[in-house]
Design a protein around this ligand. Structure first.
Ligand code: PLP
Length: 191
């Protein structure tokens, strides 16, 4: 069975929270029965928003993924960027083989690290005018966040750094805007 979050790309507009469950009917029906008893059905308005979102899921996903490739390539070639952690750039042959076997694309949410640690990361985030500073991901709009001071601020520094969440690390969820707008904004912010 697969439990899947519909809150991100499937919803796609940062305005709903939902989850999906897929699997053989005889197993799903047990969950449906339990759900009816517990009362955790999704409300009608959210169902309606989700149905509308599903009509454009493929279009949105293709666009955000192609935008992400352009943004990741721009960042990789930028002198103020230390590294870009983007699945499309995997170099280790064994990891790359798994990626190619399992994935049709590299998605649109990835990480990059800037030179100059927290000061430079904050400077960059403060200067963005088009990309929005927010922790969510998978929406139509490009969102950026600083994990070390937000989502991972509760993790002790040593543990954080051990797992690669450094002070210069920035997460970006690339949206469906015109790619030149996203790259132009990052470019002026990285000056
Ligand atoms: C991802 C996210 C959640 C959690 O949603 P799940 O469907 O459990 O992944 C809740 N709130 C916001 C703002 C989120 O971005």
């Amino acid at each position: 069975m697969v439990v899947y979050s519909l809150t991100k790309y499937a919803g796609g507009h940062s305005d709903l929270m939902a989850g999906g469950l897929c699997g053989p009917a005889h197993l799903v029906s047990k969950v449906v029965t339990m759900r009816s008893a517990l009362g955790t059905q999704l409300d009608p308005h959210t169902c309606w928003m989700l149905m509308r979102s599903l009509e454009t899921l493929q279009l949105r996903f293709e666009r955000s993924a192609s935008n992400a490739l352009r943004v990741a390539t721009f960042l990789r070639d930028h002198p103020r960027v230390l590294t870009v952690h983007y699945l499309g750039f995997l170099t280790d042959p064994a990891t790359r083989a798994v990626f190619e076997r399992q994935c049709e694309g590299a998605g649109a949410t990835f990480l990059f690290e800037v030179h100059g640690a927290e000061a430079m990361a904050f400077d960059l985030l403060d200067r963005l005018r088009f990309c929005k500073l927010a922790v969510s991901l998978g929406g139509t709009e490009t969102l950026v966040s600083h994990p070390a001071s937000t989502t991972h601020s509760g993790v002790p520094r040593a543990l954080r750094e051990q797992s690669g969440v450094t002070d210069g690390l920035i997460r970006i969820s690339v949206g469906i805007e015109h790619p030149d707008d996203i790259i132009g904004d990052l470019s002026q912010a990285l000056m």
